[in-house]
Ligand binder design. Structure first.
Ligand SMILES: Cc1cc2nc3c(=O)[nH]c(=O)nc-3n(C[C@H](O)[C@H](O)[C@H](O)COP(=O)(O)OP(=O)(O)OC[C@H]3O[C@@H](n4cnc5c(N)ncnc54)[C@H](O)[C@@H]3O)c2cc1C
Ligand code: SF4
Length: 568
């Protein structure tokens, strides 16, 4: 049966890349069909905004089903998705793959840290001869960062002038709330080491805008935000796109192939209705893949036909290749100076109010550090709404139970701090995803098999992170309480664990070594675009989502321009 609406563009996925693509395309007047594998999700109605941990089963503690706690916004997804496995190649290091299955994808419960990549980050090969350069420069993306930040709503105003950590033009960012006590102490300790500290840049608005309320420091943003203060595509991008009348959404639609026409152009996609199990095909003049980096690669690699025996858009053989995550490790300490403080409300913006941008660019240029790329530091601590983790404070107490224990726990509450390092990974030949030759998911779709290996660059960086954290804890007169190991090989998080998976369909200026051009347009299929993290050729330390959103905005506008010219 012919589909009732002739669509201009099919967008696969509704997270950062898909949400922004649909927003731009619908606003530009194109008829858009969004296909989302997960269920419909309405943050305004579903967010448990004011529930206390005491009301939750097990007081909201993490469980295998809910690794970020009972109230975390993720529905129907996570580290495992029932009936939808993936595998790791025998002998390789583990790769962990977090998959949302909900409208809005991971933007419903992400950490909101929104840092621009800097000029060095777009040309890393030119700087130290490792990895590859991007086909675009910072200056080309900067105007799109400006536009994206205005729509998303980002805190972090200030003109800091730091190396490779661009400021936004004045007037775009909102002011970050005042640092808390432990953040002020940390700032002093870092600055005494010659390390700069910056206001946190987060996708949380501090003044009302576009029908959204300002953050009023309610509960953890990982639950989502019913007042739309944090950025979720489900509250910020999808509603205005729907309001144009140009966007239709089908949820529970698991796309598994791009369908190709005889003319070498994409004619549409085929998906499985995850509820009924029916297979359905839809057509459009162009297709945008934004199902998240590795899933987009899976769709490309599973789209085999006589003309594309290795998958669609894969004449270079690089689809699935150069998978990356962020290098991560953490450590924490107990700071006696922070004991016995009067109770105060440290809730503030969910997440930290400060962060530490990478400070060692010049040392690395002089080859004075044993690893080539940088990391930033995210901090934690303070007297926030207590969760079950508070039980650890009992370890400091010499009273085992009762009023005495409660008194001691109040004394110690807020005296533990934590650090998380988030560093750049350089793409390597050993990290990639391919189709598993044997395993299929419950729908019969072949699954991904991951290959993973950290190189010495990342391992050296993880060791440096831990030593820096230990030095700061020492300077604050404290003792390390977790994250003792300084051997980078043992300290480094598993691949994928930081949930910044990017790469797998990188952009470039050579069709032999990349999947898409600088507009996210497949070299082999001119009406096929990729707008999620798959296109990133490298993964700087700065969290990727602001860049995914900005690229998606830029490239969706290019798609609309090309469509208007009749070039697709
Ligand atoms: C706990 C957590 C904290 C994070 N913190 C930060 C942070 O502070 N800063 C930052 O920059 N990033 C952070 N991230 C990462 C960030 O969420 C991702 O970089 C971003 O969401 C990626 O956008 P995307 O469009 O590629 O994928 P997603 O947002 O994951 O969206 C992909 C969508 O596609 C759908 N989909 C998947 N497969 C199919 C299919 N076959 N057919 C149809 N639809 C499909 C999914 O259900 C999903 O809705 C965090 C992530 C998590 C989970
Ligand atoms: S802290 Fe602010 S942005 Fe986050 S959920 Fe609460 S009100 Fe919303």
């Amino acid at each position: 049966m012919k589909q009732p609406t002739p669509y201009d563009v099919i967008v696969v996925g509704s997270g950062a890349g898909g949400g922004m693509s649909a927003y731009v395309l619908a606003k530009r007047g194109l008829k858009v069909l969004m296909l989302e594998a997960g269920r419909d999700y309405k943050p305004e109605e579903e967010t448990p905004m004011f529930n206390t941990n005491a009301e939750a089963p097990l007081r909201g503690v993490s469980t295998p089903d809910k690794p970020f706690g009972y109230y975390d916004a993720t529905v129907d997804g996570g580290w495992t998705v029932p009936g939808e496995p993936y595998t790791t190649a025998p002998g390789d290091r583990e790769f962990m793959w977090w998959r949302p299955r909900m409208l809005g994808g991971r933007t419903n419960h992400w950490g909101r840290i929104s840092l621009r990549f800097g000029p060095y980050d777009f040309k890393p090969y030119s700087r130290d001869g490792l990895g590859v350069d991007w086909p675009i420069s910072y200056d080309e993306l900067a105007p799109w960062y400006d536009k994206t930040e205005k729509i998303v709503g980002i805190t972090g105003a200030g003109q800091l002038g730091l190396e490779n950590t661009p400021d936004s033009p004045p007037g775009i960012l909102h002011d970050t709330p005042t640092p808390r006590l432990h953040e002020i102490m940390m700032t002093r300790a870092f600055e005494a080491m010659g390390i700069p500290v910056a206001p946190m840049r987060a996708a949380v608005i501090q003044k009302p805008m576009d029908g959204r309320s300002a953050c009023f420091y309610a509960t953890s943003c990982g639950r989502g935000c019913s007042i739309k203060a944090m950025f979720q595509t489900t509250t910020v991008l999808i509603p205005p796109a729907l309001a144009t009348g140009n966007l239709d959404i089908i949820t529970d639609a698991m796309v598994y192939t791009v369908d190709m026409g005889k003319d070498g152009r994409a004619k549409g996609v085929t998906y499985i209705d995850r509820v009924s199990g029916e297979h359905k095909s839809v057509t459009a003049k162009a297709v945008v893949l934004a199902a998240s980096a590795a899933e987009t690669a899976r769709i490309l690699l599973n789209s085999k036909d006589g003309r594309n025996p290795d998958g669609v858009a894969n004449s270079s053989g690089t689809a699935g290749k150069y998978l990356m995550d962020t290098v991560g490790t953490d450590s924490g300490g107990h700071i006696p100076m922070l004991e016995g403080m009067p109770s105060r409300n440290d809730d503030g913006m969910s997440g930290a109010h400060i962060y530490v941008p990478w400070w060692g660019y010049q040392q690395q240029a002089r080859k004075e550090l044993p690893f080539p790329r940088g990391y930033h530091i995210e901090v934690g601590g303070g007297q926030r709404m207590p969760g079950m983790g508070i039980g650890d404070l009992a370890d400091y107490s010499d009273v085992p139970f009762g009023a005495g224990l409660r008194k001691q726990m109040r004394h110690y509450y807020g005296s533990d701090i934590g650090f998380a390092g988030r560093g750049e990974m350089i793409p390597n030949d050993d990290c990639y995803a391919e189709i598993d030759p044997d395993i299929k998911d419950r729908f019969g779709i072949p699954v991904l098999r991951f290959h993973w290996k950290w190189s010495e660059h990342e391992i050296g960086q993880a060791a440096h992170m831990r030593k820096t954290f230990h030095e700061i804890i020492d300077r604050l007169g404290g003792k390390v309480t977790y994250g003792f190991e300084t051997d980078g090989e043992k300290a480094i998080a598993a691949g994928g664990e930081i949930i910044h998976e990017v790469g797998c369909a990188r952009m470039g200026d050579n069709p032999k070594t990349s999947v898409v051009n600088k507009w996210g347009q497949a070299w082999d299929v001119k009406n096929l675009f990729i707008t999620d993290g798959a296109v990133l050729p490298s993964n700087p330390d700065k969290n990727p989502t602001l860049t995914i959103l900005s690229l998606a905005m830029r490239n969706a506008n290019y798609l609309a321009d090309e469509a208007a010219k009749g070039n697709l």
